[in-house]
Design a protein around this ligand. Structure first.
Ligand code: UT7
Length: 325
């Protein structure tokens, strides 16, 4: 059975934090350095009373309204996030309650690959007939887990959510191929050392700022470019397609230089990649559905188009797919 993306939705918090405002919080942050090295000009920040669940609910409400889909129609909810409201219960259960769904609900934790893991999982339920209408959300409140005083990481991340509804489609629609992968030997390249069952929160952990996200940026960068190119080649080969068959490249938005390097290595014109990292920074699991929703709203995606999606990040995890809209 084919699977279709019925529609898309997204939400970003109201508060904009520009690079200049970033410098007010983190004086070592050079606004020009941020833009030159990452392409990021500003990012959105959750309000004091907002959380990942609120972002996810707002994105879901938008896609449901656009598609004319009601709570009673949805029979599966998956939330990709690595900044859940609580360690327990899952954010998906909080979203399920807020939306009034009668559906199983669970989180997928795959950091910046969270949406890729979630949307491929949702599609399996639809393709096998086990779900009629799956709501898949990617949502993250990164500003809550990033040390705003650390110039090497604070300016990179922002907050947001994106959502898609999946239902049965024509035989031509859905995933032509996908490639999900993991390499836990690289876990230490991007992690939050303190706050889990291994190293519960302690005063010492907080004092040494180990409860915040840590990243070996330079090595993650090199790994990302190499891995994304390889993964794109894998999905193209397995679908027996070439870069020329791709209508739109929707990559995880971590750094404009990563996206440009991937485009150059694939010999694809940079303008075939849809980018919004300048507005939102790295929103982790939200970045791909935010790209899809913006491109869709701007009329840049038509039925029958082949969309290449690719996420990569902590774990290490990565996931790439070719999806016929
Ligand atoms: O979403 C999950 C995946 N994450 C990623 O894909 C992120 C991958 N990594 C990156 O995007 C880049 O490596 C960064 C943006 C994190 C860093 O860029 P870079 O070009 O690799 O810079 P660098 O880490 O090599 O740092 C160059 C210099 C350093 O100073 P020294 O050691 O040369 O004196 C940094 O301390 O730039 C300095 N620097 C800054 N200077 C001003 C780092 N951050 C800043 C800053 N303002 N905000």
């Amino acid at each position: 059975m084919g699977v279709q993306i019925v529609d898309t939705g997204s939400y970003v918090p109201e508060t904009v934090r520009t690079n200049l405002q970033m410098q007010e919080i983190c004086p070592d942050c050079d606004p020009e350095w941020i833009e030159q090295r990452t392409g990021i000009r500003e990012r959105r920040i959750v309000g004091a009373n907002e959380s990942t669940c609120d972002l996810a609910v707002a994105a879901a409400q938008q896609v449901m309204a656009k598609a004319g889909v009601y709570a009673k129609d949805i029979d599966l909810l998956i939330v990709g996030t690595f900044t859940p409201d609580y360690h327990c219960p899952s954010t998906a259960c909080l979203v399920q309650d807020r939306l009034g769904l009668d559906a199983p609900a669970f989180d997928i934790s795959a950091a910046c690959s969270g949406f890729m893991y979630a949307v491929t999982t949702g599609a399996q339920y639809v393709a096998t007939g086990n779900a009629k209408m799956a709501l898949v959300i990617g949502a993250d409140s990164n500003s809550r887990i990033v040390d705003q005083k650390d110039r090497t990481i604070a300016p990179l991340f922002g907050d947001g959510a994106g959502a898609v509804l999946l239902s049965a489609g024509t035989l031509q629609q859905g995933f032509k191929s996908y490639h999900l992968a993991s390499d836990g030997s690289g876990a230490g390249m991007l992690d939050r050392p303190c706050g889990g069952s291994k190293n519960p929160i302690t005063a010492e952990g907080i004092a040494s700022r180990q409860h915040y996200l840590q990243m070996d940026g330079r090595n993650v960068f090199k790994w990302a470019v190499r891995t994304v190119v390889e993964s794109i080649e894998v999905v193209l080969e397995s679908a027996q397609l070439s870069v020329h068959d791709v209508s739109l490249f929707a990559l995880h938005q971590a750094n404009q230089r990563i996206i440009d390097s991937v485009a150059d290595k694939l010999n694809v014109s940079r303008d075939r990649f849809y980018n919004n990292v300048h507005k939102y920074g790295n929103t982790s699991a939200a970045s791909i559905p935010l790209v899809l929703d913006e491109a869709n709203s701007e009329g840049k995606i038509d039925r029958g188009d082949t969309i290449l999606m690719c996420g990569f990040g902590a774990g290490l995890t990565w996931g790439t797919s070719l999806f016929v809209w």
